[in-house]
Design a protein around this ligand. Sequence first.
Ligand SMILES: NC(=O)c1ccc[n+]([C@@H]2O[C@H](COP(=O)([O-])OP(=O)(O)OC[C@H]3O[C@@H](n4cnc5c(N)ncnc54)[C@H](O)[C@@H]3O)[C@@H](O)[C@H]2O)c1
Length: 314
Amino acid sequence: MQCLITGAAGFIGSHLCERLLAAGARVIGIDCFTDFYPRQIKERNLATVRTHSAFTLHEANLLEAPLPSLLRNVEVVFHLAAQAGVRTSWGREFATYTNCNILATQRLLEACRDRRLRRVVVASSSSVYGDCDELPLREESPLRPVSPYGITKLATEHLASLYASKFTVPVVSLRYFTVYGPRQRPDMAFSRFLQRLARDEPLEIYGDGTQTRDFTYIDDIIDATVRSAERGLAGAVYNIGGGSRVSLNEAIETLTAQLKKAPHLLHQAPQVGDMRHTFADITKAQAELQYTPRVPLAEGLRRQVEWFLLSSGG
Ligand SMILES: NC(=O)c1ccc[n+]([C@@H]2O[C@H](COP(=O)([O-])OP(=O)(O)OC[C@H]3O[C@@H](n4cnc5c(N)ncnc54)[C@H](O)[C@@H]3O)[C@@H](O)[C@H]2O)c1
């Protein structure tokens, strides 16, 4: 199988490259190494796959990349490239979000028209829900994003379903819920906490820490992503969560226990755009993708801590 993975140098994209190469696929990666976090980190993400003979990296922005030639002989597209991050999506930065998340997706979907593709898997986000009174969140729950980032991911989903219905592009959208594990993006909570704990600095908590998240371990996310390319229904949307709901305070306790450190917590005002709670109903993914999350938070955090200590020389 030949696949195209956009955002291949990122946290999730690089893990997906590894999984597909291990399964015998040929992988073309596209990434333009946006400056959201340092290139050096993304190069490290790619270190293993760059040595693989079935892997090619095309360094280009999706807004300009020669997509028709890159898509030649491709059977499955995994579209993970995006400007991620909720808090930085306000103000002038919104232009980056519209470029990377909406315009880039539209250009890719146009290029996917009239091709014999098996699937186009598009990464969406739990951020499309916003604050919803009813938990767990079902795919049919109201979609009222509370951040500009969430709005761009919702636009991505709408574009995907439009290209599925009008041009039979076999798109499947996956709403990922807070992904963690080795190589987690440096702006994300566990990564930031680990960096601060290593320097014995206080942990900044936005709000009182009772907000809850459905944390999903990276291997489970990759599992669901690969399954969606095999079994996902064209035009469908699936929640991909980790199967449990944990408060930030509980997660910090688990993380610091792994490091045997007593953290000093610095409470700050809640951030505009952060959702209060996320918790996925994954019944649909279980039934249609046969997806089951396997890595509980304590084990996943243990692996992330182990990776962090090894990679930081700690
Ligand atoms: N990490 C999470 O918890 C999470 C949760 C929900 C959804 N998602 C979604 O999953 C996907 C991957 O997230 P991630 O955490 O791996 O992010 P990441 O920032 O690590 O990876 C994204 C990659 O896309 C590349 N990119 C961005 N715009 C591009 C463009 N126009 N052309 C080419 N390359 C471009 C970046 O350089 C980066 O390497 C994103 O679509 C994100 O919105 C992630």
